[in-house]
Design a protein around this ligand. Structure first.
Ligand code: AP5
Ligand code: MG
Ligand code: ZN
Length: 215
């Protein structure tokens, strides 16, 4: 399964990617997680990306396209991949088409998670993330078994730097301006699957599973 998870900040891309990785045994490719790893490692790319991420703005197309091009060539993508948070602009979407063509792969599904803005803000404000394995939790909607500890790997949960109210608002604005047009882009190519992301986590999971099986 070669697929994209599309949706605004807090829509549940990472949450649902976690389940899809299990079901299909294919990797999650989260440009956000990869950029945060670069920030953590203080690589030159990470240092540059941090300023954009903290401001809620997008990192340059060239940088993320380069990361994804390299990642998709790795052997674990042979049976499929789940792109999470990429593409986010029309130039990124066009570049992805080129990369996939070069690699002889085809995009099969773009699952678009639809969630109201108020719900997104509540989700991001209550999110706690594991910097070790990338898994996300929510204080109210998806609490970890033990307070402050990742139930998957035992890592210490933190609040993401960009989950502050002001930055959240900026990220929403950037999404509507730069990323939302991708819905039409993929709809025109016949691969868009719209999913009601307002439902509970397990209900969204079931809807995605059914939609992918039907397609
Ligand atoms: P990125 O890390 O991709 O962040 P994002 O797109 O803003 O999305 P999030 O990770 O915040 O949300 P999510 O949809 O994964 O939601 P989650 O499952 O965690 O990008 C961060 C930054 O990196 C960008 O701002 C940009 O600067 C840069 N960047 C990344 N990719 C880039 C690109 N391609 N180009 C340029 N720059 C790029 O869920 C959120 C919370 O809600 C969790 O607490 C979860 O438990 C809870 N939750 C999930 N589903 C439900 C549900 N159904 N009901 C109730 N709660 C739920
Ligand atoms: Mg995410
Ligand atoms: Zn973890």
């Amino acid at each position: 399964m070669n697929m994209i998870l599309l949706g605004p900040p807090g829509a549940g891309k990472g949450t649902q990617a976690f389940f899809l990785v299990e079901s299909y045994a294919i990797p999650q490719i989260s440009t956000g997680d990869m950029l945060r790893a670069a920030v953590q490692a203080a690589s030159p790319m990470g240092v540059k990306a941090k300023a954009c991420m903290d401001a809620g703005e997008l990192v340059s197309d060239d940088v993320v396209i380069g990361i994804v091009r390299e990642r998709l060539q790795q052997a674990d993508c042979d049976n499929g991949f789940i792109l999470d948070g990429f593409p986010r602009t029309l130039p990124q979407a066009d570049a992805l088409q080129d990369v996939l063509k070069d690699l002889g792969k085809e995009l099969e599904a773009v699952v678009s998670l639809r969630v109201d803005t108020d719900a997104l803000v509540e989700r991001l404000a209550g999110r706690r993330s594991c910097p070790q394995c990338g898994k996300g939790f929510h204080l109210k909607f998806d609490p970890p078994r033990e307070d402050g500890t990742c139930s998957a790997c035992g890592g210490e949960l933190v609040q993401r730097d960009d989950d502050k109210e002001e930055t959240i608002r900026k990220r929403m604005e950037v999404y509507h301006r730069q990323t939302a047009p991708l819905e039409d882009y993929y709809s025109q190519r016949g691969v868009l699957i719209a999913v009601d992301g307002m439902a509970e986590i397990q209900a969204v999971r079931a809807e995605i599973k059914a939609a992918l099986q039907a397609g």
